[in-house]
Design a protein around this ligand. Sequence first.
Ligand code: DON
Length: 315
Amino acid sequence: MHDLTAIVADITEEMQAAPDRGRPADYIPALARADVSQFGMAIVTADGSVHTGGSADEPFSLQSVTKVFALTQALGRVGDQLWDRVGREPSGSAFNSIVQLESEQGIPRNPFINAGAIVVSDVNLARGAPRAALAELVNFVRYLADDDTIAVDTEVAASELETGFRNVALANYMKSFGNLRRSPEEVLDLYFGQCAIAMSCRQLAMAGRYLMAAGLNPTNGHRVVSEARARRINALMLTCGHYDASGDFAFRVGLPGKSGVGGGILAVAPGRASISVWSPGLNAQGNSQLGTLALERLATRTGWSVFARGAVADS
Ligand code: DON
């Protein structure tokens, strides 16, 4: 067994003192003010023990990490039909890139780049109102995290609505190819609201448990998704969860992971743990600088990489 308490304490101490902390996302004004001295971390293991470090109970803007939960919802709604409208390949491009959409007829490469998540929002909107669809997603993450206090930060949502011109372009472009059913305005209303969900590291690690537990909700043993679907969502997180840095994340950490420009990352050690880290300073690809480093340290100390032999991974 690994001494996770000591490992989390060591990593937190190192991250709190780290000199190179990255820069907060500045294209969303409400996120630009984030304090880069912050670092938080939470691990929930398969046996239910929780290990936290730093600002693990401080809520932060989840941003693209919500794409995992929205994808789970959309697959529940339309199943494999989703893949007629969104691909399953890494893009090798930035999270907000538009370049591939023209040659690929408005079909985004995967559900984790912005274009793909906007199609997922269109699916989740179905025939309802954006506000109702957002409430459904918030209820879903509350259920997963077993925490009814999780909410949307309306200031962040408003800030992005005012400045999200790239997403407006992506939505309109896909609409022109017929890949959105609803209006770009309605779809983005849901998408921006979704990105503005706030959670702490502890809440996020709790919400990710179904992905480490083969699709089950450990709180009550109920099935959230099939084992096959949990495996596939993990596969997409590994190959696409960090945009054009997904290869580097697999190389350094070796776990399915999803980042957000709020500085959070959800990582999954299948069968072992649901892990979340947060530090608002980002690297050049828009992923948390210290969050990635902390996960690299954790994977090294535990041997939890999915590419490891497993001999040291008996925790
Ligand atoms: O749509 C956007 O640009 C943001 N709301 C989310 C982007 C994001 O988190 C990308 N992650 N690294």
